[in-house]
Design a protein around this ligand. Sequence first.
Ligand code: AMP
Length: 476
Amino acid sequence: MSFESLGLMPELLRAVADQGYTEPSPIQLKAIPPVLAHQDIMGCAQTGTGKTAGFALPILQMLAPQQNTSPSPARHPIRALILTPTRELAAQVEESVRGYGKHLTLRSTVVFGGVDINPQIKDLRAGVEILVATPGRLLDHVQQKTVNLGRVEILVLDEADRMLDMGFMPDIKRIIALLPVQRQSLLFSATFSDEIKRLANQILRSPISVEVARRNAPADLVTHQMYEVEAGKKRALLTHLITSRDIRQVLVFVRTKRDANHLMRELIRDGVAASAIHSDRTQVERMKALEDFKQGTVNVLVATDIAARGLDIELLPFVINYELPYAAEDYIHRIGRTGRAGSTGEAISLVCPDEQRMLDDIERELKRKLERLPLPELAVSRSSSRHAGERPSAPRPSSAHKPSQAPRSRSAPKSHTHTPATSMSGGFDFSKPYEPKPTDGISVTAQSLIQHIPRSAPSARRPMAALLGGLAAKKD
Ligand code: AMP
């Protein structure tokens, strides 16, 4: 099947060809025809399956008859509203919409919190046909009367399960109440819990169910390895892995923001160029951390789970779980957020005795045992005797540390620097007010994304590849 056979207009076919897509992905094959037929959709697909084009292409086509170049804002009412849980995903989706719509004159913009609202107001006042938004900031605009949702014809709820997890249900309901009753609604979710089904029942009308398997079975594409290591030796082991395997870009997950900051500083002390990404850092700091990481001036990005949501980064062959997540599902998310079909990856976990219960849960969820690797001999450094979760005795330096000041920054060669097909214009953002409920006192877990440079070391056993396929779909 080709994009042509889906009935897409020439402008969209050109844009798709510009992106280098040769054939539609399964979700695109299944979703594009019914969306073009104005039907509601309940789509079960995770990020990375190509679902953005699955809804963006038909939306652009349906709105194309109204495209115009008039400077009058009245000629550019918001006709499609796309809601996403995180700012990063919002930025990514809007960038995709812009890319797919580059040969049309439809306008789009993105609004999310944590950044100056005024440029967003300016864009909204000028008029846009397609608005991508996170719920909280959209409601800020509603309150300030800087957005009018009265002409919305198409609503998309992207990653609906994440939105509910993050406590957005009341916001979503308030937003939906502002939309015309006559509209087309598309709901995408990686899982379909009872709550999602209830939401779908409320907002969708005779929806078509569209489902695709998760991109890759982790068992096939990701090797799950672990070291049994005392908490106090984790950092030395991490530094050893990074240096001995010549890992140039690795996403390292921890459980809390505090641990992320602490580990970042410890790594820098070890001579590793590291940065951290989590919700206590400002938007500017997060964007800088991501950019430095992508450019290779930072080799290690220490992250919490929230910070990695919605990320779709190609060529991410390694994820290191410095601390296991409390919820086994987060392990799946950590390794399943990025990557490309057919790519392989490695998930390496550093597991201390206290984490046995979490390990059991993960192995149960994965339906397989993580491969135990023998602990290498470690040179225990001055400050490696403290686990990231333990508090330092001295006051911490500011979290706004500049990664580029790392004592030994190993810049990745340009040729290895990978730019994702759908790059993120705004960097991540997952911050307050969008944190999940701190049920266990730890509101943010670490997650990581990694990019890796082909290893020249003899230890390079596996092909470089994108990581993260995602695991077998969770049955809710
Ligand atoms: P998404 O699930 O929408 O976040 O898309 C995941 C990635 O797949 C993005 O980097 C897209 O650019 C890419 N992509 C989407 N559709 C296709 C396609 N038909 N062929 C190849 N890549 C695609």
